[in-house]
Design a protein around this ligand. Sequence first.
Ligand code: URA
Length: 261
Amino acid sequence: MTADEKLRLAHLLDTTGDYLRDGFRLPRAEYGFTDDGELPPEASAPNAAVPDAVSVPGSSDTLDGIAAEIGACTGCALQGERKNAVPGEGAARPLVMIIGEGPGADEDASGRPFVGKAGQLLDKMLASVGLSREKNCFIANVVKCRPPNNRDPLPEEMGPCSRFLARQITLLNPKIILCVGRISAQALLKTGASMGSLRGSFKPYQLTDDLVIPLLSTYHPSAILRDESYKRPSWEDLKLLRQRLMELDSNYALEAGEGGR
Ligand code: URA
């Protein structure tokens, strides 16, 4: 087959699957097919360096660059209170980007997202569906500095931080975004709807004309720690996430399927 024939077939299959599943077309990175018998470019350049920093072709943006800007940001009053800004952490090419609300005391002290009690529960929830920040997830927050007394972030705090989050999403290009908690779901979907109505199904998150990412919302782990009745619906959401990942990523499907989950 020629590279062009392969590309047309792949686009047809992608589009059919996307419409059947969601009713909207997902953008994808170019496939880089070659004609049968021709070596792919990376195979013919064995010494090509793999960059440490993730960057978007044609752009000089990197995750490390964004983290440095966040560390120096004075865009809102939260900077005056912080011990550490918390840019986020995880896999450079994640299947899932998890987005929470904002750092708490433990995160402020360590500079790392979701490391307190809620974070430990989040790690367990992710592990139950074959995900982790070490392997295939990136974890970030809507605001990167701790709101005092863990209050909800204010619009004037979320506003300046939203450009950092948008750049992180663009660079990471996750297959799925998982919003944990009402604040991040409402901020990304630009809605005032309740978590009860936002969870339970994927919504299209449109970052730019060319970038639409399926977004799932579920309860924040600290809400689950406060109220056990959120456990069951959260598990239902995690099963939806696992199902969609199995459809989207063959490596994940192999591992999750073999795990018998
Ligand atoms: N809660 C959040 O929303 N984010 C964190 O990083 C920690 C707790």
